[in-house]
Structures are given as C-alpha cells and as structure tokens.
Design a binder for this molecule. Sequence first.
Ligand SMILES: NC(=O)c1ccc[n+]([C@@H]2O[C@H](COP(=O)([O-])OP(=O)(O)OC[C@H]3O[C@@H](n4cnc5c(N)ncnc54)[C@H](OP(=O)(O)O)[C@@H]3O)[C@@H](O)[C@H]2O)c1
Length: 88
Amino acid sequence: MSERTAVVTGASSGIGQAAARLLARDGWRLVLVARREERLRELAEELGDAAWVAVDLTDPGAPARVRAKLEELGGGVQLLVNNAGCGG
Ligand SMILES: NC(=O)c1ccc[n+]([C@@H]2O[C@H](COP(=O)([O-])OP(=O)(O)OC[C@H]3O[C@@H](n4cnc5c(N)ncnc54)[C@H](OP(=O)(O)O)[C@@H]3O)[C@@H](O)[C@H]2O)c1
C-alpha cells in the first residue's frame, strides 16, 4: 500500500466519485465504499491503485468490513471523505 490512503464513502456516483478521481490524480491510494459493487469495480479499474468495499453503511457491521479491508491492505488511513448519503 502506498503512503497515503483515502477512504471515500459514496464513491459509486456524484461527488464521491469525482473526489475519488481527484484524489487518485494527486497520488492517493483509494478505498472506495458504496453499495453498488459493479460501479465501484469499474471505478477501481479506471483509477488503477484502488480497492473497494461494497457495503450498506447503515448496516451495523459496515465499519468492521471497511476496517478489515484496510487491514488486508496492510496500512492505515490518512484521509476519510465521509460523503455517502442522499444526493441533492
Ligand atoms: N449534490 C448536492 O447538491 C448536495 C448538496 C448538499 C449535500 N450533498 C451531500 O453530498 C453527498 C453526495 O451527494 P451526491 O449528489 O454526490 O449524491 P449521489 O450521486 O446520489 O451519491 C450518493 C453516494 O452515496 C452512496 N450511498 C448512499 N447511501 C448509502 C449507503 N446506505 N451505504 C453506502 N453508500 C451509500 C451511493 O452509493 P450506492 O447507491 O452505490 O450505495 C452514492 O455513491 C450526499 O451525502 C449528499 O447528501 C449533496
């Protein structure tokens, strides 16, 4: 895992997707979080250095699943873009 890791929630569309693209351009390693796995997979492939967790963040077990992914990747997290929610 690279030095700087950012978790972006709501990365499957809208503001979160745009933020993920900008952060990737700035050299951040991304962990993309949302429910729609296919969209996360496509974005991860586009960004290159990205992982994803397809999860409903209202589920009680969601934080543990994100943490497990970070542990699997072998590093911590330096930035959280806590953006998931209902769009405007
Ligand atoms: N756009 C605006 O003008 C505006 C203004 C003020 C505030 N905001 C806030 O900014 C954020 C993003 O807005 P947006 O316009 O980019 O909306 P959007 O395109 O609808 O994106 C919302 C994102 O949140 C994810 N999401 C929603 N519920 C989720 C859940 N339970 N678990 C995991 N992921 C979930 C969606 O992914 P999945 O559906 O794949 O789960 C999607 O990636 C929202 O929190 C919104 O309230 C937006």
